[in-house]
Design a protein around this ligand. Structure first.
Ligand code: ME8
Length: 673
């Protein structure tokens, strides 16, 4: 019977378009899944989208859509992107699917029937952005995870007896394989040791969720709903025999990969829910670090995301996959930059593997009519040939061990040290010079050198395949080896390249990227950030530290790009996203007479905005006040602080700003049209 392997990514919220942070986890899982398939395991790789909860409901409202329409659109974006990238997921679960909803209700029933759910009242602070109950926080306190202001919730809820699982969880963590890396495990252990409070697992003040069985006034807490995807997708709670079989076969998961910010949900709540339902817990939760861009976590709310599509358009999926796994030390945060991406691409892919493939295969074409030559075992053999064979054998062992411990960057380093060794070997043995000679010894030596190079290329290509599947599949065909998916990685060993194998057409797989690639990618991202409005783009250049008149003038009046008659079309206007916001925090910016730093809740998130209104408004008068903000303005930095939007005000003749406001009550996030 073949081994099974089940791996999952988090399911991504549909309030943000996919960016390379999401791609990072998905690529890491895809790579592991591909390697497992080559190792012969029956593999199931799951990803999907998380579509319920208050955050999504508010985001949809702010976009003027129903939550379902909104979720449909963004979920489709994720699916399209994964398809374009060739992600090999076996299923894609959406939490708004019927199969999921029914099975989550089944899980709820089971936990309730087992006596771990009771009804109570929750009064406390809640972070909508993280969908997190913040124990011990006071009204106005920020969320410990994201720093946004928490909201006070007072509701009758269903509670989960999390406190009953403290000891069992600590016993679970005694297994060092369960939470990786070690640093995360230690954090979780100390969190659980400090005591667990029961957890509210339903909400009753909004409706965008799965109804609690037998009490539909409540919807199930979005994290219970979301975490359950890992079992509902493979058939938990289904009445169909085939689904039940699949669940039995694949659960518990072998690897559940997540970003470090959602460790508590996965390492504390998730195993506790499973234990309460009498189900096995996953074998390993593996948390990676964050991708940083311009020194902070890449995320929608910070406005510093890089789209995957930009990189796909210019360098292709393999370049991104290789870069992320080679450059970022798995488990730690890693910086992304276009410069580093192109540098890595050129050094390791274009000049490294790509160049080794084209020079080796071209020479076999030229000197041996495209057939893999016989290496000499006698006179024409030198110690350098055996040294390469030895490095290759060591690489096969090392790569597997490091990769299976999630040390992707070291595994790739090991594979590329083989590439570098063969490059050096080729330079030192000068096959092109041997190729000019016709004597027997030179021919025999040439055959040995090219066989050695080709065999090393075959091994490096096989090992790298899960990481750079597209290019390696092409090199495999060029080597005359057919479909790389048929490769049995467990049997990979030196000396298997069949003599006389006829090569396919040799084509370069990684064309060198020049400096313009960086510029092109940067330009594409800049255009995206400042789109869709030429108008907003113009206003983004307004210096908010300048006199208030300029600061607080609505963006549209800066539309330099307007036609000569100074009129703009309704389409132009609609490009400016004006929204109602509530000021949560207001304070002076040190050493500035004019600037205030505001935290403004715009319904879907709390934004930091710098406004040049300090001469007209005392900060304490602004807290709780509704303002109008230009929400789709490109972020910019002032006095070291990032401003994400602009507050709209009338500008009086003396330059004094007067904030735009409303006579009627309007909710945060409402759009001005
Ligand atoms: O948390 N660097 O969804 P989410 C690295 N729906 N990884 C990043 C990243 C970055 N800058 N940004 C995002 C949720 N990620 C919940 C999960 S699971 C039952 C529910 C990746 O859309 C990383 O895997 O906020 C992170 O954990 C995940 O996206 C968060 O995605």
């Amino acid at each position: 019977m073949s081994k099974k392997f089940y791996i999952t990514t988090p399911i991504y919220y549909v309030n943000a378009h996919p960016h390379i942070g999401h791609a990072y986890t998905t690529i890491a899982c895809d790579t592991i899944a591909r390697r497992q398939r080559l190792l012969g395991a029956e593999t199931f790789f799951l990803t999907g989208t998380d579509e319920h909860g208050q955050k999504i409901e508010r985001a949809a409202l702010a976009a003027g859509k129903t939550p379902q329409q909104y979720a449909d659109e963004i979920s489709a974006e994720f699916r399209r992107l994964w398809k374009r990238m060739g992600i090999s997921n076996d299923d894609f679960i959406r939490t708004t699917e019927d199969r999921h909803k029914k099975r989550v209700q089944e899980l709820f029933r089971r936990i309730r029937d087992n006596g771990f759910i009771y009804k109570g009242t929750y009064t406390g602070q809640y972070c909508v952005s993280d969908e997190l109950y913040v124990d011990g926080a006071q009204p106005g306190d920020p969320c410990p995870t994201c720093g946004r202001i928490t909201e006070t919730v007072h509701e009758e809820n269903y509670f989960f007896k999390l406190s009953a699982f403290q000891e069992k969880l600590l016993e679970l963590y005694a297994n060092p394989e369960f939470i990786r890396p070690e640093s995360r495990r230690n954090e979780v252990i100390s969190f659980v040791r400090s005591g667990l409070r029961d957890l509210s697992i339903s909400r009753s003040t909004f409706t965008w969720g799965i109804p609690v069985p037998d009490d539909p006034k409540h919807v199930i807490y979005v994290w219970l709903d979301a975490l359950a995807n890992y079992i509902t997708a493979i058939g938990y709670g289904s009445s169909h025999a085939a689904a039940q079989e699949a669940f039995k076969k694949f659960w518990p998961a072998d690897v559940q990969m997540i970003g470090k910010e959602i460790v508590r949900f996965h390492c504390v709540y998730w195993p506790a829910f499973l234990m309460a339902a009498g189900l096995p817990v996953p074998k390993a939760i593996v948390a990676h670090g964050w991708l940083l861009f311009e020194e902070s976590k890449m995320s929608k709310s910070r406005g510093n995301i890089v789209r995957t599509e930009t990189i796909l358009d210019v360098l292709g999926a393999d370049a991104l996959r290789y870069f992320l796994l080679r450059e970022v030390v798995f488990g730690q945060d890693g910086s992304f930059s276009f410069d580093a991406l192109v540098q890595r691409y050129n050094s390791d892919l274009a000049n490294g593997l790509g160049n080794l493939a084209s020079r080796t295969l071209t020479m076999i074409n030229r000197y041996f009519k495209g057939e893999v030559p016989y290496p000499s075992h006698t006179a024409a053999r030198k110690p350098a040939d055996d040294a390469i064979a030895e490095i290759a054998r060591k690489t096969i062992r090392e790569f597997g061990t490091l990769f299976d411990q999630f040390q992707f960057s070291r595994a790739l380093e090991s594979a590329w040290s083989l590439v570098a060794a063969v490059d050096k070997y080729i330079v030192e043995n000068e096959p092109w010079a041997l190729g000019e000679k016709q004597d027997e010894d030179s021919r025999s030596r040439l055959a040995t050198v090219l066989y050695t190079a080709a065999e090393a290329l075959r091994i490096a290509t096989a090992l790298a395949h899960p990481v750079i599947p597209e290019a390696t599949a092409k090199i495999w065909v060029q080597m005359g080896l057919g479909d790389i998916k048929q490769l049995a990685l467990t049997d990979l060993a030196w000396g298997q390249f069949q003599l006389g194998t006829k090569l396919g057409d040799v084509q370069p797989v990684f064309p060198r990227a020049d400096k313009s690639a960086i510029e092109r990618m940067q330009k594409m991202e800049d255009e995206r950030k400042s789109s869709p409005a030429a108008a907003t783009q113009a206003s983004a250049t307004v210096d908010v530290s300048a006199p208030p008149a300029a600061t607080s003038t609505p963006a549209v009046t800066h539309a330099n790009a307007a036609p000569a008659n100074n009129k703009i079309s309704i389409d132009d206007f609609s490009k400016v996203e004006l929204r109602v916001g509530v000021v949560k925090v207001a304070e002076r910016v040190p050493k500035s007479d004019k600037l205030l730093r505001l935290e403004v809740d715009i319904g879907t998130e709390v934004r930091q905005v710098l406004a040049g209104i300090a001469e007209a408004y005392a900060p304490e008068t602004l807290v709780g006040r509704k303002v109008v903000i230009v929400a789709n303005l490109a972020p910019r930095k002032l006095r070291g602080l990032e401003s994400n939007g602009m507050i709209v005000a009338a500008s009086l003749e003396d330059g004094k700003p007067v904030l735009a406001s409303f006579l009627e009550d309007v909710p945060a996030g409402a759009r001005l049209k």
